[in-house]
Write a protein that binds this ligand. Structure first.
Ligand code: GH3
Ligand code: MG
Length: 474
């Protein structure tokens, strides 16, 4: 089933006619004759979309129904269409202001109505998907940011066939919306995107005689990664349902079928921007949640959850390319004593500062992760033994180079580190190199470095210290 639609109409025959139309397009249909019946249905089993039908004599009833559904928290986010016998602009404006997503005049053009339903359901699906992901991030304890819809001014770009239309529209819209307004000729809009910040929404004017250019721009906007999430409002100069259907199916968020009208455009644009900003917020939350899931909050380094699969991928890549790589485990020396002597907060600061020193010394391609309290995993891809040894030596030195200064208490804490190193090439004769096995080997080498004095590097194959910074006076 492509979706569930609730028809609300006080006239039973109208409901039946509409039900037949929607069922033939494979929608599941439920019906209500009054607002209360509708709210009961919504409470039990939320529909994906609501179609409100209203008769001439009862048009205000239809408007009130829309307003009541928008006002109820249970139904506020469900898209809503109003079918009416009235065709006046005034009535259309009232319906949009009451919360309807669109208004169709009876007799309804079935294909256009179905295209509008498809478009609204598609948007709703996308919103739901992001809402679900956002909820997951929150349940996991990430992404606590509330969504702010208008933290900075939204930008709208008018793409019109000629400059004068764009100018006229901007002038009329400006007093009605709090947005920054730009304009470009249709044919230059895409090339302009490389030079300007991506707008929140596009308004595309379709030339009645040659709508192809505008439709092509719409398709490009939806295809490109940078503009895919922008809102799009299409303006048709004549009420051509084939063009309207094309625009909706190509991904327009909304279509003005009766040409330019400043008030109507302001209402539709505000709704598009609000929805777009809401989705942006959800997406950002999910992105930040994903980052938080793989990041250690104290040091900002990757955590074990990220590091181990990454190590596995490096091992697989190395097996394929036959290039050696190094796995290191670095562990701070006598860290417990640092905590005991200076306190846990100072200990945390030491971890932060030293993580920064390690990060600044490694190359961007190297992996650095905090895999235990004061234990770090370092992986150097495509690296031979001599280079790995040099790098481990440098890391030892940068940790020991100068004590960590704790500003608050103005104390200096000297710290050293021991590093165990395992080289993939020492194990490649046994076939596939396993990242976790190499990690075990590096751990064993680290044990060697600890047991023979600390503040030094031990290579697994050598199994003895190769550098001793204490002895060298560091
Ligand atoms: P060794 O030289 O043998 O590694 O000795 P060590 O004291 O560093 O090792 P041990 O495993 O005995 O102690 C590690 C200490 O690290 C114990 C724990 O309190 C501390 N630690 C672990 N995680 C954190 C943290 O996030 N912050 C702080 N301040 N201390 C931590
Ligand atoms: Mg330690």
């Amino acid at each position: 089933m492509p979706g569930k639609i609730l028809i609300i109409d006080s006239v039973p025959t109208n409901r039946i006619v509409m039900k037949v139309k929607l069922c033939s397009a494979f929608y599941q249909v439920v019906q209500a004759g009054t607002l209360n019946e509708a709210l009961n249905i919504i409470r039990i089993d939320e529909p994906d979309l609501v179609v409100v039908g209203s008769e001439n004599a009862r048009d205000n009833e239809g408007l009130n129904l829309c307003a009541s559904l928008k006002a109820s928290t249970e139904s506020a986010s469900i898209p809503m269409l109003l079918l009416t016998a009235r065709t006046s602009r005034e009535f259309r404006m009232k319906a949009l202001q009451a919360g309807a997503d669109d208004v169709f005049a009876k007799p309804v053009k079935e294909a256009a109505l179905l295209a509008r339903i498809r478009s609204l359901l598609r948007t709703r699906d996308v919103n739901e998907e992001w809402r679900l992901k956002d909820r997951t991030s929150r349940v996991l304890g990430f992404a606590e940011q509330p969504i702010s819809l208008f933290e900075n001014q939204a930008t709208i770009l008018f793409a019109t066939p000629d400059k004068s239309t764009g100018l006229r529209w901007r002038t009329h819209i400006k007093p009605l919306v709090p947005f920054a307004l730009l304009q470009k000729p249709l044919c230059e809009t895409l090339s302009a995107m490389a030079k300007i910040a991506t707008p929140d929404a596009f308004v595309i004017a379709l030339d009645a005689s040659a709508p192809e250019e505008g439709l092509r721009l719409l398709a490009e906007i939806r295809a490109r990664a940078t503009t895919r999430h922008c809102g799009v409002l299409v303006v048709l100069e004549n009420d051509r349902s084939d063009t309207l259907i094309d625009a909706l199916d190509l991904g327009a968020n909304d279509v003005m079928a009766h040409g330019f009208d400043p008030e109507e455009m302001a209402v539709r644009l505000s709704s598009i921007v609000k929805h777009k900003r809401f989705r942006d917020g959800l997406r950002r939350n999910v992105q930040e949640g994903l980052e938080a899931a793989v990041t250690d909050p104290l040091t900002g380094l990757f955590n074990r959850r990220y590091a181990l699969p990454h190590l596995k991928r490096i091992a697989e890549f190395s097996s394929r390319t036959k290039r050696d790589f190094a796995v290191m485990v670095a562990d701070l020396d006598h860290f417990k004593a640092i905590n005991d002597r200076y306190g846990h907060v100072a200990g945390d600061r030491v971890l932060e500062v030293l993580s920064g020193r390690l990060r600044d010394t490694l190359r961007p391609v190297d992996l650095l992760a905090r895999i235990g309290g004061e234990e770090f995993l370092i992986v150097l891809p495509a690296t031979d033994r001599a280079t790995a040894r040099n790098m481990a030596d440098r890391l030892c030195r940068v940790i020991n180079r100068e004590p960590v200064h704790i500003q608050k208490s103005d104390i200096q804490i000297p710290v050293t580190v021991s590093i165990g190193v395992a080289m993939a090439s020492d194990h490649s004769s046994t076939g596939e190199i396993s990242g976790t096995a190499l990690l075990d080997h590096a751990d064993r080498a680290l044990y060697g470095a600890k047991s023979t004095g600390r503040n030094q590097v031990t290579l697994e194959a050598a199994a003895r210290p190769v550098l001793n910074h204490t002895a060298r006076g560091h």
